[in-house]
Design a protein around this ligand. Structure first.
Ligand code: ZN
Length: 392
């Protein structure tokens, strides 16, 4: 995880702090941020007058949110190279910062675009979240998803990694990490047509996961259906990037995935928004998530925004509630679980010494409701206010 842009200090007055999901929300207190870290909580701080302060008037403050499933593939991201790019900043604001995301995991985009964007954020030209990217992703042999065909001209398709052999799989992983990827994405089940899923060969998936783990990175799989889930389980990927939307025959596999500690990113609203919104289609998907959780499965929050044009997060929280998740479960998926998944011990909770990555909700109630997680007042990264551009 990269370090923050700014070695800033900031004093938050009257913050109700929700330090971690299993603790209750505190009464209003002060939080002092120094050197990009959380320096003190609960003190009634006196500063030398040089520290900027903001009065949060009792608003609830949590650790910075993560969105573990985004894509930076929309046309706006290719504005990356323009010196003046107002469209780019407002897209970052609208898709990520105004939703409270301080860290995002991009599960597939063009490295040229994404690396340029990361560079402009990390050098302070743009306000933005920390971005971890999977690069362009790895597909089964001749297994380009149908929805990606239009994005990639036929003459460029040879550049997409679609390994046929174990050697090819290892090479695909190594070359993606070399071009800036920090995680690996495998399409263990690829929708080659809207009706047909092509699974990745088990030996290829296994070799890719082994190589990624040798290089110390996490692997996400796009499972789609029973065979894609079976390949992901067999290869011991670290996380499923979606609930399989064709859930038939997946119950046992998902229970086993939960027992083995494999994480799941639900992306429930994406199915409703981009496939079908009728209950016959959605009900089994929500039930598959509930079953996974019932078997001890851990959830990472993610929306698939960027593939899904809709940027609102409220519908995802509503869908998670429908699948039986409490607001504490949701905060866990947004903060402690992704930090733990990435072994990032200095993020995920509001603790002294942690990075000052914070999400401030626009509510003053101690009883936070799921919908409040979508009402963001401000987003702070490394003690720097990254959204909105300035407080009133
Ligand atoms: Zn996706």
């Amino acid at each position: 995880m990269s370090d923050t842009l700014d070695d800033g200090s900031l004093l938050l007055r009257n913050a109700r702090v929700w330090r971690r999901p299993d603790e209750s929300v505190s009464g209003p207190q002060d939080v002092l941020l120094r050197g990009g870290r959380i320096a003190g909580i609960g003190l009634s701080a006196k500063t030398d007058g040089g520290t900027p302060e903001v009065d949060l008037a009792g608003r609830v403050t949590t650790a910075g949110f993560w969105n573990c499933h985004v894509h930076l593939t929309e046309a706006v991201w290719s504005e990356r190279s323009r010196a003046h790019a107002p469209g780019l900043q407002s897209a970052i604001d609208d898709m990520m910062l105004s939703r409270g995301f301080v860290t995002v995991v991009d599960l597939g985009s063009l490295p040229r675009t994404t690396n340029a964007l990361i560079q402009r954020i990390e050098t302070g030209q743009l306000r933005g979240p920390a971005i971890v990217t999977a690069g362009i992703g790895i597909r089964p042999w001749r297994g380009i998803p149908f929805y990606m065909r239009d994005l990639v001209p036929w003459f460029a398709r040879w550049m997409l990694p679609m390994p046929l052999t174990r050697v090819g799989a290892r090479w695909a992983v190594t070359s993606q990490l070399r071009t800036g990827a920090g995680v690996v994405k495998l399409f263990t089940g690829s929708y080659v047509t809207p009706e047909r899923v092509k699974p990745m060969r088990a030996a290829v998936a296994r070799a890719a996961v082994e190589q990624a783990h040798r290089q110390g990175v996490r692997v996400f799989a796009h499972p789609s259906n029973r065979s894609g889930t079976a390949v992901a389980l067999d290869a011991a990927v670290d996380a499923l990037a979606h609930v399989p939307d064709d859930t038939e025959g997946t119950a046992e596999l998902l229970a086993e995935a939960a027992r083995r500690g494999m994480r799941m990113i639900p992306t429930l609203h994406m199915f409703a928004s981009t496939v079908r919104s009728d209950p016959e289609y959605l009900r089994p998907i929500h039930e598959a998530l509930s079953d996974f959780i019932r078997h001890g499965g851990k959830v990472l929050f993610g929306t698939d925004v960027g593939y899904m044009p809709e940027r609102e997060t409220r519908p995802e929280f509503e869908a998670m509630a429908d699948a039986g998740m409490s607001v504490q479960d949701m905060l866990r998926a947004l903060t402690t679980e992704p930090a733990s998944f990435f072994a990032d011990e200095e993020r995920g909770a509001v603790d002294v010494g942690h990075h000052a990555d914070l999400t401030i909700l626009d509510t003053t109630s101690e009883n936070v409701r799921p919908a409040d997680l979508a009402q963001i007042y401000a987003t702070i990264r490394g003690a720097k206010r990254i959204w909105p551009a300035s407080f009133l």
